[in-house]
Design a protein around this ligand. Sequence first.
Ligand code: SF4
Length: 237
Amino acid sequence: MTKLRLAGMEPLTTVEWPGRLAAVLFFQGCPWRCRYCHNAGLVRARAANLKPWAEAMEFLRQRQGFLDSVILSGGEPLFQPRLLEAAEKVRALGYDVALHTNGYDPEHLARLLASGFVQMVSMDVKAPFNGYERVTRRPDSGDAARRSVEIVLASGVPYEFRTTYHQDLLSAQDLRTIAADLHALGAQTYYLQAYRDEGSPDMALQLSPVGTLDPVLVVGIRRLFPTFGLRGFSAVG
Ligand code: SF4
């Protein structure tokens, strides 16, 4: 049976799941190749120095009563064929489980959300669905992402959608289109987050400014979502 490819662990975060004391499990491998990936070391399917899954489980056993949540992240956690089993084991220790995903595999996502082992899902929406490969550099990624948005919304699992912004990759019109599409699909919670250069292998993006957001654009997007926020922007306008 395929092994879980665990690349690393963050023993405690209070920001990745606000209000929670969470550990993060980073899984190895992602089928997409976003220019702004800040976990570039995690995208290849194979890597040396993977952590034994048993080590993570032992850590989580020791932290019972101190931590309340575990975030499955990556790379792309859905890339692990046995992710559902991993979520089940974490849940069995009494933790709430969050999934951070790009939604590349809608069927796998649907099975996981239907399992009841996931209490929160954060999904990246990287570009307008008909222009996804500009960011992911993989054909048909937009169709998969749209389907996954629909699955998240139908699942009843609490969620957020989020878009990473860099002016070299997305225009103001792209942001309007993403927000309008999410709104039309019924999304209620949406965040725009600024590109971060830490860990990004793309020197051209690193040297180019992220860009500021037009306040009129932000107000227009904000109107579409009962819950909306900006993350990591130093200035708007
Ligand atoms: S989907 Fe996420 S992990 Fe995969 S390449 Fe893009 S940013 Fe990196």
